[in-house]
Design a binder for this molecule. Structure first.
Ligand SMILES: Cc1cc2nc3c(=O)[nH]c(=O)nc-3n(C[C@H](O)[C@H](O)[C@H](O)COP(=O)(O)OP(=O)(O)OC[C@H]3O[C@@H](n4cnc5c(N)ncnc54)[C@H](O)[C@@H]3O)c2cc1C
Length: 591
């Protein structure tokens, strides 16, 4: 049975020694001293380790069931959900006006890392609710906010996001669900939505569906889409629950992972809906929270790698196979533990350097989101928007890859369900798909974000890397960090230049390289993070610390990343510079 231990020390290192949160100049951050964040993370760790993690395998094995129209979640989910709600864990960064705690999004992200690693499927019920909460908060009327938000903040009522239909997921302009206006100002919603996470269940009194639909006669395509609130139970004027709305669960999808989350087909049959935000501006309303939602999915993917890694390390120390080629390490035993072998080390170092770099990258992204909202900083908003597809796409791709790599440490046992390693890989897989499949993230990055505001934000990113390298170039202890970072950043710039020079001639030259570009961007971002972490560690060691081993480990991992991971930008660059011709050479019937 796998286990999870929240990495609070590493989390605190990023918050305080890398991001220096309490001096970041962001309103609300001044209260985030080490003791405060430590107290929050220690408490959330208890929930993650003791309440959520034990239900991870249960959720996977039992899945959700549809019985006489009612969706049942796995054993123990309801009691655990009540405990999480009662502890205020769903309300961390919600608006105090509606019962939230008003903490920065960064703190919700750090807690979310623990919760997603412990049990991603369980945590999605609150996660989807938070998305719906944010949409109503940003676009609702005062009356809508007063009706729904206080109940959604603590998940008395949960939420869903309904975009996907059988014939459209990426291309939502093809949507068919319709909303017919009624004389009383409401709408009748009809159509079918599929793959709706947390679509229905027995965890809350009401489910507030946010549904995209088209009003007949409105503009064609994506411009004719509006957003509606469609509650499972209509809320009466006094706030109590009234009639059951005509939305029903057609089925629960059987799927590869996240089985503890109810992924539903929802049938709307003249259901009563209430317009949320402006008419025909549904996509804009749905995507207001896109940066947060995508960062959240990157976090989920990365978190699966983290929990898988922890278990792989334990197994590598425990399992005895073969002998150390440089000399026996366990003379009293029949063999040495797996961890002596260089190839196992290579695998674990790949995982470790990704996980710690990825954590810093996501937290940095979350901090920038706070900065952009709380300081109304447009430049930072531009930078985090540029990096959002990288956070989502790169971290979820690699989160899956490293969950598989951790499985490999177990050999055949990794393939056997009893050991639990397959679940991490299966659960991580969805993060590459939903909230915009990763190929589409790469398109967004290259097709839209690079050129936004005349390329100002990508230049700002390169300036950050350049100034880091300049400031630290003279420091001998960081020489093997700064040099590779500089080289990788040059590769990334060269790829951007290639797109500028060749993408206009033929867009295939840019789009055939977009996936490589997203990955090389991710590599450089983690490179910058490792640079910052190495610098923090060097400073601490120079000051003197009684925890030198911790900081030396950071430096050694940074060096590994720079030597063994970051140079992969060169391969990506060569692939990009080979252009689109070889990619597009075959006719469709030649595949
Ligand atoms: C378990 C699960 C939970 C989900 N939860 C929700 C939810 O809560 N709410 C919701 O609304 N949806 C949800 N989804 C749907 C999910 O967001 C979509 O599956 C996803 O957006 C992709 O859409 P699609 O499946 O229709 O694939 P398609 O749009 O058909 O895409 C198929 C492939 O083609 C690629 N592709 C598409 N267009 C292009 C293009 N122009 N250029 C290059 N490549 C392209 C995509 O990257 C993808 O790899 C969920 C899905 C699953 C499986």
């Amino acid at each position: 049975m796998p286990s999870y231990t929240a990495p609070t020390k590493d989390q605190q290192f990023v918050l305080h020694e890398v991001l220096n949160v309490s001096n970041a100049g962001i309103p609300g951050y001044e209260d985030l001293d080490r003791d405060t964040t430590g107290a929050i993370l220690e408490e959330s760790a208890k929930i993650a380790e003791q309440v959520m993690a034990p239900l991870n395998v249960v959720g996977d094995q039992q899945g959700c069931k549809l019985e006489n129209g009612i969706v049942r979640t796995p054993d123990g989910f309801k009691a655990a959900f009540d405990e999480v709600r009662a502890g205020g864990w769903t309300a961390l960064d919600c608006d105090p006006e509606y019962g939230g705690q008003g903490l920065p999004y960064l703190i919700a992200t750090a807690v979310g890392e623990q919760f997603s690693a412990a049990n991603i499927a369980f945590n999605m019920y609150a996660g989807l609710t938070h998305g719906a909460y944010s949409a109503i908060h940003a676009h609702g009327t005062d009356a809508q906010k007063a009706t729904y938000l206080p109940k959604m903040v603590n998940c008395d009522w949960t939420g869903t996001m309904n975009l996907t239909e059988p014939h459209c997921g990426t291309d939502l302009g093809l949507m068919r669900t319709k909303a017919v206006p009624q004389d009383d100002g409401t709408y009748k919603i009809s159509g079918q939505k599929i793959f709706i996470s947390a679509g229905d269940h027995d965890l809350s009194e009401n489910v507030i569906h946010l549904v995209l639909a088209k009003i007949p006669g409105g503009p064609e395509g994506i411009k004719g889409v509006s957003l509606f609130i469609v509650p499972k139970f209509i809320v009466k004027d006094d706030g109590s629950l009234g009639d059951r709305n005509s939305v029903s669960v057609g089925k629960i999808e059987k799927k590869m992972g996240i089985n503890g989350n109810s992924t539903c087909v929802l049938d709307y049959d003249d259901a009563t809906g209430f317009l949320l935000g402006d008419l025909h501006k549904g996509m804009r309303a749905m995507f207001t929270m896109m940066n947060e939602a995508r960062l959240g999915v990157g976090l989920q993917g990365f978190a699966q790698a983290e929990v898988a890694y922890q278990n792989a390390v334990a197994y590598a120390n425990d399992r005895l196979q073969g002998r150390d080629v440089t000399g026996i390490k366990n003379p009293d035993g029949p063999a040495d533990p797996l961890i002596v072998h260089p190839d196992i080390r290579r695998n674990l170092m790949d995982q470790k350097s990704f996980i710690e770099g990825g954590r810093a990258f996501i937290y940095w992204g979350a901090q920038m989101l706070d900065q952009s909202h709380r300081n109304n900083d447009k430049d930072i908003n531009g930078l985090v928007s540029l990096l959002t597809p990288v956070i989502k796409g790169y971290l979820s791709d690699k989160g899956f890859d490293y969950a598989v790599a951790a499985q490999q440490v177990y050999g055949g046992h990794g393939f056997i369900e009893e050991w639990g390693m397959s679940q991490f890989a299966r659960d991580a897989r969805i993060t590459m798909i939903y909230e915009g499949a990763n190929g589409v993230q790469a398109l967004d990055l290259v097709g839209r974000k690079l050129a936004t505001d005349g390329g100002k934000h990508v230049m700002a990113f390169f300036d950050l890397v350049k100034s880091f390298c300049k400031e630290n170039g003279e420091d001998d202890t960081l020489a093997d960090i700064v040099g590779p970072l500089k080289d990788a950043s040059k590769d990334l710039q060269a790829a951007g230049m290639y797109f500028m020079q060749n993408g206009m001639k033929n867009p295939n030259n840019a789009l055939a390289g977009s996936y490589d570009f997203m990955h090389m961007f991710g590599l450089v971002c983690l490179g910058l993070m490792w640079g910052r972490m190495a610098k923090a560690a060097t400073q601490k060691l120079a000051e003197g610390t009684d925890d030198a081993a911790f900081y030396e480990t950071k430096l050694a991992t940074a060096r590994y990343y720079m030597a063994r991971q970051l140079p992969m930008t060169g391969t990506h660059l060569r692939r990009i510079e080979s252009g689109g011709d070889t990619v597009m050479a075959l006719a469709a019937d030649q595949f």
